[in-house]
Ligand binder design. Structure first.
Ligand SMILES: *Cc1c(COP(=O)(O)O)cnc(C)c1O
Length: 420
């Protein structure tokens, strides 16, 4: 259980024993733990636990014990070494952390599990949030689990899978003719007026805490993969960035692990990957700025990346610079190419956001920024099933099962391909 909530800008102390949104300075609050008192808590203890969710790390999550957790088994996602084949040749140590395996098929589950746990502990009856897609489904599921009502504000062109999932799960869906930033403003006003609790990412402290568990898991995953007890971090992490909650969360996890004595001071180079049509952080990074203005006319099929303004902008930019990282954009066409390549060469049916980070790795490899021997982790943050509206099936063969010549026709269709 955390012992304070600290303003991420000013460091000012905020009481941990009440519902908190943004800090008094209007910035995200960071949960702080008495890590010194956790000296008996070791990686070996975590490894020995029977708990099959991110709540294995409950000492650094907002609970007094496991029984408080609102959980659907989130976290502990597959950590897969890429097969060096086809376009994936030339990457010596490339890994995918496949977050599409979470409940509701995205890593939003981690954040919602932690945030809903805390909201339930405070007796919140109704939460509201804006969503670009996956947050809506995750919030719906965890609210259902906690017995909390949920209102989601989504752009009207949000992928149907996300909207239907929320409707099916009993959330009140509000369709807005704008972007997620417009949804966020409406949501905030509705919360003020109706007394709902605003679950916008980074505007309450605990979605970050849930997502930070990716940082902890990565250190265990890599150690397991290398067959050692000593926790390890990769050289580079590529992260598809919208609000940046996962990036900021992982960085926080690394700091906590260092204070726990679990790892040293070395850090991965962190890479922000955004879509060409919505790249506020990339733009700000390139300009050497410490904050990112609203990106105009934000547009991308990777709905998780369609975040034109992020309240954690200054934190992300600081992490990029301190880690020696970089920031890169990928076009929508190329990120969908990436989805196909991950599926065809690795068997990973990932989200467009995952396609984007894979293509970013290709670009950074080509430019020499990534070295062949480096350990590189790609975050596939969701599953392709939520994005069926973007996929096509152009080269299907149609057969009549009553046609005696059906296989001749099939043979003709496939001649010249490597299926025959
Ligand atoms: C929300 C989302 C993102 C962006 O996550 P942040 O941590 O807020 O930057 C990336 N990919 C997918 C699939 C998402 O749903």
């Amino acid at each position: 259980m955390h012992t304070s909530l600290e303003c991420s800008l000013t460091g000012e102390f905020h009481e941990p024993d009440r519902l908190q949104g943004l800090s008094r300075a209007g910035k995200p609050l960071l949960a702080r733990y008495d890590l010194g008192a956790l000296s008996g808590w070791t990686p070996a203890i975590v490894r020995s636990r029977r708990e099959r969710s991110m709540w294995k790390f409950h000492e650094v999550l907002p609970v007094n014990g496991l029984s408080e957790a609102v959980t659907l088994g989130e976290g502990l996602t597959p950590f897969l070494k890429c097969v060096e084949r086809g376009v994936f040749a030339g990457f010596g140590d490339l890994w995918v952390k496949d977050e599409g395996f979470n409940p509701t098929q995205s890593f939003k589950a981690r954040g919602m599990s932690a945030a809903m746990t805390r909201a339930a502990a405070f007796g919140v009856q109704t939460v509201a949030l804006p969503s670009a897609g996956n947050a809506a489904g995750a919030a719906t599921a965890y609210a259902a689990r906690a017995g909390i009502r949920c209102v989601i504000f989504v752009p009207e062109d949000t992928p149907p899978a996300n909207i239907l999932e929320s409707a099916c799960g009993g959330a009140q869906v509000v369709l807005v003719n704008g972007l997620i930033s417009d949804c966020g403003r409406l949501c905030r006003a509705a919360c003020d007026r109706f007394g709902w609790f605003d679950l916008s990412t980074l505007k309450e402290p605990f979605r970050l805490e849930g997502k930070k568990t990716m940082g902890y898991e990565l250190a265990f995953d890599l150690a397991d993969a290398r067959g050692t007890d000593q926790l390890q971090l990769p050289d580079v992490i590529l992260y598809p960035t919208g609000g940046g909650t996962g990036l900021i969360g992982m960085w926080k996890a690394f700091d906590e692990m260092e204070q726990l004595g679990w790892i040293g001071s070395a850090r991965p180079r962190m890479v922000v990957v955004q879509a060409e049509g919505c790249a506020p952080i990339v733009r700000a990074f390139e300009q050497g700025a410490t904050s990112a203005p609203l990106f105009p006319n934000a547009r991308t099929a990777a709905s998780g990346l369609r975040v034109p303004a992020a309240v954690g902008d200054f934190l992300m930019l600081d992490i990029l610079r301190r880690s020696g990282g970089t920031a890169i954009t990928i076009s929508d066409e190329e990120l969908m190419q990436g989805v196909g390549e991950l599926a065809r060469f690795q068997g990973i049916h990932g989200a467009p956001e995952g396609g984007a980070v894979w293509r970013a790795a290709v670009r950074l490899r080509e430019s020499g920024w990534l070295q062949p021997a480096e350990t590189v982790v790609l975050f596939n943050t969701g599953a392709a099933v939520k994005y069926n509206h973007l996929l096509t099936c152009d080269d299907a063969v149609r057969l009549d099962h009553t046609d005696p010549e059906a296989l001749v026709r099939l043979e003709n269709c496939l001649s010249g391909t490597d299926f025959l």
